[in-house]
Ligand binder design. Structure first.
Ligand SMILES: C[S@@+](CC[C@H](N)C(=O)[O-])C[C@H]1O[C@@H](n2cnc3c(N)ncnc32)[C@H](O)[C@@H]1O
Length: 322
């Protein structure tokens, strides 16, 4: 079967994929919407499971047009199943008509409920049919590695921790202790499972089901200090503590984090909020850093996400006291 766009995407990744394999990574983006072609899909490979992300309404294509693509993706990557995640125009239809919670795949054979994958030799569990997000944000692969290196011997605070991917990577790299904060108890349990999967049952990992800003305020009152603070919030969220909007709340968040940062510590801030122009967001971060006497350094986007222009829309910056 021929599909020039998908085959091209696969072949331009060959060198990178070889390096990924050597570094103990078996998950990557095979086809990136907007970079590999002007079609409303991305293909993510997690071990032998493929996640097909379909962005309804961005172009006139129907998802059924991508069945041959999915078949070829299975062949090229020697995977077993394709699960479909649709970003529907009408969000109210998401639960009803979306096969996101269905163990039956869109193509191929059903996967386990939890699938073990690895990134830079660290293991993570992903869940292919447990909602829109499967448990690991692969676009943070490079930043995760940089953070792990910086974590050695540090007390690490991971805010908006989700399934604890940053937390586990830091623990594996020799952090002294890690605290993971997230409003969802469900994802913190998942983080626990990721710690256990890596033999870290005895590691001093604190999990805090809490709102990030409230946690920071309380931590400052208790004079807690952290050597590395990771802040990778969603663009927008609602919880019992109220509404969080990265556009409105980023400054409060960063200021509150500075209050619990050890002298000489590092802050990492990241966001894929689409309302900021990429260049403007970077400028805003650098201006803030200067006003707070921090040095700022850009994070990175993995090769399989960022293959051309315009760049992949992920803002990430490391901030250290100058
Ligand atoms: C985009 S994910 C974060 C990704 C994560 N940093 C990672 O790299 O795996 C968003 C997470 O933020 C959590 N969250 C949303 N609002 C929050 C809040 N106000 N305080 C703490 N956690 C929050 C959600 O429960 C979710 O797990």
């Amino acid at each position: 079967m021929k599909n020039i766009q998908l085959e091209k995407a696969f072949s331009r990744r060959q060198e990178g994929l070889l390096k990924l394999r050597e570094s103990g990574t078996n998950c990557y983006r095979l086809f990136s919407k907007g970079y590999d072609g002007e079609v409303p899909v991305s293909f993510d490979v997690f071990g032998d499971v493929i996640i097909l992300n379909y962005y309804e309404g961005e172009y006139s294509a129907s998802v059924e047009e991508f069945r041959p693509w999915a078949k070829l993706a299975l062949e090229l990557t020697q995977s077993q199943s394709v699960y479909l995640k649709s970003a529907l125009k009408d969000r109210s239809q998401e639960r009803a008509n979306n096969p996101m919670y269905d163990l039956k795949p869109w193509m191929g054979v059903a996967s386990q409920e939890s699938v073990e994958v690895s990134e830079n030799g660290v293991k993570y569990l992903i869940r292919p049919y447990d909602g829109y997000q499967v448990g690991l944000f692969m676009d943070q692969r490079e930043n995760r590695r940089t953070l792990a290196r910086a974590a050695k011997g540090k007390r690490v605070l991971n805010l908006f921790a989700y399934t604890g991917a940053f937390s586990v990577a830091c623990a594996m790299a020799g952090a002294e202790a890690v605290t993971s904060v997230d409003v969802s108890k469900k994802v913190l349990k998942w983080a626990d499972a990721n710690f256990a999967l890596n033999g870290l049952e005895k590691f001093p990992h604190q999990r805090r089901p809490d709102d990030a800003v409230s946690f920071l305020k309380r931590a400052a009152r208790r004079s807690e200090r952290y050597g590395l603070i990771i802040i990778d919030p969603p663009s927008f969220s609602r919880s019992d503590s109220g509404v969080f909007s990265v556009e409105k709340d980023w400054k409060t968040l960063l200021k509150s984090a500075v209050a619990v940062l050890e002298p000489g510590g590092t802050l990492f801030f990241s966001s894929n909020f689409r309302g900021w122009e990429q260049e403007d967001a970077v400028d805003i971060m650098y201006q803030w850093a200067e006003s707070m006497s921090f040095d700022a350094e850009d994070g990175s986007v993995p090769f399989d996400f960022n293959l051309g222009e315009p760049g992949y829309p992920l803002l990430s910056v490391f901030l250290r006291k100058s």
